[in-house]
Write a protein that binds this ligand. Structure first.
Ligand code: C2E
Ligand code: CA
Ligand code: CA
Ligand code: CA
Length: 279
């Protein structure tokens, strides 16, 4: 028994070492990724449930590693958050998304709102509002086309200054939405206090909507709350027609998910922005 225990321990130890080695490898390669221009943006449609037409695009960060392999943000954002590089990388995201939008419009493509994710660390960084102001000035983007998605947890971490920062962002003409709604601190009082226009219902509540009466009750309650506070609602992670139909029946105005489109590289996104000529 003692020998087996020892083997288990060694196995565990080896796996720990592998995880640590992988993390070290990721971290050291991430360090220069911004300078090597290895980040790129993909765009996922958010559709209007009443018309099933494009309403906005969520901007999603990808890391194109040497060799071409694409790495998703769940693998590297936590590392960027921890070592603080999310601040310059996040600024690059905002700037690049705004430049892309302006370029699309210059090509005669539709001006569609962009939903850009902000992490807790970015939100806590003093230079955030100033850098947004600079980006608006330098790119010439219409600020009304920019919406920031912030999680409840990020909002709560910042304490007293939160409201002031949200007001400043709002004062520049940009919009705010609460991401992953229902998964964080569900302190509902802040919804009334903060200048937020939209909430995004987390995928966790949409996934089993058809099978779970509890999830349907949660979504119905969120919709009732949102209606009474005049907030619009986006449902995330919509994958089936059944989910889409249920969400429509609850009055959910916007939806996003693989049912409509996966996140797309810029070239494929541009095709969705072609304006039909009116004769
Ligand atoms: P999120 O903000 O909740 O973004 C939605 C995630 O759900 C995206 O994953 C998207 O690809 C995925 N998704 C969309 N529709 C479906 C669906 O129907 N089914 C399933 N299973 N998944 C769906 P992604 O792109 O891997 O991003 C993961 C997270 O990384 C994001 O979650 C966001 O928190 C973070 N993130 C992405 N880009 C940025 C960024 O530029 N800055 C910051 N700070 N965070 C980012
Ligand atoms: Ca988001
Ligand atoms: Ca989300
Ligand atoms: Ca999420």
């Amino acid at each position: 028994a003692k020998a087996a225990g020892r083997n288990n321990y060694q196995f565990f130890d080896q796996r720990m070492n592998q995880a640590a080695a992988r993390r070290f490898e990721l971290e050291s390669n991430l360090r220069g990724a911004l300078g090597r221009d290895e980040f790129e943006l993909h765009y996922q449609p958010i559709i209007d449930t009443a018309t099933r037409r494009l309403h906005a695009l969520e901007v999603l960060l990808r890391w194109r590693r040497a060799g071409g392999r694409l790495v998703g943000p769940d693998e590297f954002i936590p590392i960027l958050e921890e070592n603080g590089t999310i601040v310059p990388v996040g600024e690059w995201v905002i700037r690049s998304a705004c430049e892309q939008s302006v370029a699309w419009q210059a090509q005669g493509l539709a001006a569609v709102p962009l939903a850009i994710n902000l992490s807790a660390r970015q939100f806590m960084h003093d230079g955030l509002v100033e850098s947004m102001r600079r980006i608006v000035g330098e790119t010439g983007i219409d600020p009304a086309l920019v919406e920031f998605e912030i999680t409840e947890t990020a909002l709560m971490q910042h304490g007293g200054q939160t409201l002031e920062i949200l007001r400043q962002i709002n004062g520049m003409g940009m919009r705010l939405s609460i991401d992953d709604f229902g998964t964080g601190y569900s302190s509902l009082a802040y919804l009334k206090r903060f200048p937020v226009r939209k909430i995004k219902i987390d995928r966790a509540f949409v996934r089993e909507l058809e099978a779970s009466a509890e999830d349907r009750a949660i979504v119905a309650a969120v919709m009732a709350l949102a209606n009474s506070l005049q907030l619009s609602v986006v449902a995330e992670g919509v994958e089936t027609e059944g989910q889409y139909a249920l969400l429509g029946s609850y009055g959910c105005q916007f939806a996003q998910g693989y049912l409509f489109a996966r996140p797309l590289p810029a070239c494929d996104t541009a095709r969705l922005l072609v304006i039909e000529p009116t004769v």
